[in-house]
Write a protein that binds this ligand. Structure first.
Ligand SMILES: [Zn+2]
Length: 169
């Protein structure tokens, strides 16, 4: 299905508050808001479909050797951006808006906000002024840069633990 407003996308699934669309040129799926959100507003609740001890490219990290498959599954189509507009809060298990989101905007989140050390690093082409280039997980980002992002409690704890280890060394 091709819509007039997004000629290069076809609709994959409709979730009322958002839709999943597939880019016809590169087959990548993406998640688009169907309503407005204000910063801090809860976009969706999620739960752990399955908890894995090793990450995959679809899992979200909630602890050391704890990686969840997202439920509902369609949330896995929220892609990475270095200038994200949503955050996966793995403590409250909510997707929260970080900035105003307009109807039709793609929802994106910052993978290193949940992932400490990614198994499948990738080159980011988000094209935003904040783009960090290669995305490998929070462990590989300058802590000062990282702290400009909203991070899960797990990532904050990892940062804290690493810096206390460095101080002791
Ligand atoms: Zn980027």
């Amino acid at each position: 299905m091709i819509t007039a407003t997004n000629p290069s996308y076809r609709l994959v699934s409709d979730h009322i508050f958002a839709v999943v669309r597939q880019n016809i040129d590169n087959n990548q799926k993406a998640f688009f808001a169907q309503q407005r959100y204000e910063p801090g507003q809860v976009v969706a609740e999620f739960s752990a479909g399955k908890t894995l001890s090793r990450p995959t490219y679809l899992t979200v990290q909630v602890g050391i050797d704890k990686h969840i498959m997202l439920q509902p599954e369609h949330l896995q189509y929220i892609n990475h951006s270095c200038d994200p507009n949503v955050f996966f809060d793995t403590y409250t298990m909510q997707v929260v808006a970080l900035k105003p989101i307009a109807e039709g905007d793609e929802m994106t989140f910052f993978y290193p906000s949940t992932e400490w050390d990614m198994v499948q690093p990738f080159k980011c082409f988000c094209g935003t002024s904040r783009c960090l280039g290669e995305i490998k997980g929070a462990a590989h980002i300058n802590p000062q840069v990282l702290r400009s992002y909203t991070l899960t409690r797990f990532i904050q704890q990892q940062l804290h633990d690493r810096s206390s280890k460095e101080k002791r060394a």
